[in-house]
Design a protein around this ligand. Structure first.
Ligand SMILES: O=C(O)CCC(=O)C(=O)O
Ligand SMILES: [Fe+2]
Length: 339
C-alpha cells in the first residue's frame, strides 16, 4: 500500500470515529455481490425450511427468528461467502485496524434480512460495548425496502466527547430520550457499497415495503481482550443450551423468551470470540483465506490444526462461561415459569 493510500484509509477511520459510521461507495464489483447473493439466497431458503421443520411455521409475533419479519442468519463456512474474503478485504481491514488500534476478531459472520412486512424497529444501540459492524448490502436499499436509519455521532456519549472504545451505560429509555432530540438519517446503499457502523451508534431498521427480501451481509468485529478462549467442549455446551432455549422459546411464541434466547446466543459467541465453532472451517476453505481473514478468524475452529491452535484454551475462560451458562439457565427457567 502506498503512503497516500494509508493516509486515505486513516481519513476513513477518522470519519468513522467522528460520526460513528463510514459509507464506502462502489467498492465491490456488482459481479461479486451477485455471486454472493446467489449463494446467500440458496442458504437462506434452506435455513427457512430447517426453521419451519424444527420449530413449526414461525407463528410468533415476529413471524421470523429475530424481530417482526426480520431474520438473522450466520453465514456458512464454505463457498464464496467465506473464500471471497470480503470481510477482510485489505483496504477495509486497514480502515478497521485504524479504528481498533489494537487486536480484534471477527465474532459474527452473519446477515440481517428484512422481509416484506417488517416494521420500524424500536430505536436502539446494538449494545453498550464498542464493536464494529461491516455491512455488505446484497441489493440496493432505500426508504422503500428499508435501509437502516442511523443517528450520526451518537456512538460518543455526547456531541462534545471525543471518540473512545469504552462501554457506555445508556438504558433503553436513555437511548429513546437522546434520539428524540436528533434527526435520523437513512443510510441508503447501492450494490457494491459497504458500510461500517459502531455498534453503540443509535439506529433502527425501517419497514420493507417492497415485495423482495432486503439482505445485508454483516461481519461484526470486536476487540480481543486476550488471546485466550474457553475450550471447545465448553463452547459446545453453551451452544447446546442456546439450541434448547430456542426450541422452548420459538415453540412458545413468547417474544420475551425468544429475545432472551437470542441474547444468550450472542453472548456465547462473544465469549468464544467466534461464531465458527459449530461451523468449523474446512482445510480446502482455509487454504483460500487471505492472511487478514485468517487473522480475524483466529478464534474459529479449523480443520487445519496449525490455524486452530493459535489461541490458548484455558480452564479460567471455560469456568467463566460455565458459570454464565448456569446463571442463564436459572433465569430462563424462571422466565418460562412466569408464562
Ligand atoms: O437490518 C437493519 O436495517 C437493521 C437491523 C438492526 O438494527 C437490528 O436488528 O439490530
Ligand atoms: Fe440494530
Amino acid at each position: 500500500m502506498t503512503y497516500a493510500e494509508t493516509q486515505t484509509q486513516n481519513k476513513e477511520a477518522e470519519q468513522f470515529k467522528k460520526q460513528g459510521y463510514f459509507h464506502g461507495k462502489g467498492f465491490f464489483s456488482v459481479e461479486l455481490v451477485d455471486r454472493l447473493k446467489a449463494e446467500f439466497d440458496h442458504h437462506f431458503r434452506l435455513k427457512q425450511e430447517r426453521f419451519r421443520a424444527r420449530l413449526g411455521s414461525p407463528d410468533n409475533r415476529y413471524g421470523a427468528n429475530h424481530d417482526i419479519q426480520r431474520w438473522n442468519m450466520l453465514l456458512p463456512s464454505e463457498g464464496a461467502l467465506l473464500t471471497s474474503n470480503f470481510f477482510a478485504d485489505p483496504a477495509i481491514f486497514s480502515v478497521v485496524s485504524g479504528i481498533f488500534e489494537g487486536p480484534f476478531s471477527l465474532v459474527f459472520l452473519s446477515s440481517d434480512i428484512s422481509a416484506p412486512g417488517s416494521a420500524f424497529q424500536t430505536i436502539h444501540q446494538d449494545g453498550n460495548d464498542f464493536a464494529v459492524a461491516l455491512n455488505l448490502p446484497l441489493v440496493d436499499a432505500d426508504e422503500v425496502n428499508g435501509s437502516t436509519q442511523i443517528f450520526p455521532n451518537t456512538h460518543r456519549t455526547s456531541e462534545s466527547s471525543p471518540f473512545n472504545t469504552l462501554s457506555n451505560s445508556f438504558s433503553d429509555q436513555d437511548i429513546l430520550d437522546r434520539a428524540s432530540t436528533l434527526m435520523p438519517m437513512y443510510m441508503n446503499v447501492a450494490k457494491g457499497d459497504y458500510t461500517l457502523r459502531d455498534l453503540r451508534l443509535i439506529h433502527r431498521g425501517t419497514p420493507n415495503n417492497s415485495d423482495q427480501l432486503r439482505p445485508y451481509l454483516s461481519a461484526i468485529f470486536a476487540p480481543s481482550e486476550s488471546e485466550e478462549a474457553p475450550t471447545f467442549d465448553c463452547i459446545h455446551q453453551a451452544l447446546e443450551t442456546f439450541e434448547s432455549f430456542k426450541t422452548v422459546a420459538f415453540k412458545s411464541g413468547s417474544i420475551k423468551l425468544i429475545d432472551f434466547a437470542n441474547t444468550f446466543g450472542r453472548m456465547v459467541m462473544l465469549s468464544a470470540q467466534s461464531d465458527r465453532v459449530k461451523r468449523p472451517i474446512p482445510k480446502h476453505v482455509s487454504d483460500r483465506l487471505s492472511e487478514e481473514s485468517k487473522y480475524v478468524l483466529r478464534f474459529a475452529k479449523f480443520e487445519d490444526e496449525i490455524l486452530q491452535n493459535r489461541v490458548v484454551r484455558t480452564s479460567k475462560s471455560s469456568q467463566e462461561l460455565y458459570a454464565t451458562i448456569e446463571e442463564c439457565r436459572r433465569d430462563f427457567d424462571a422466565l418460562v415459569n412466569t408464562h
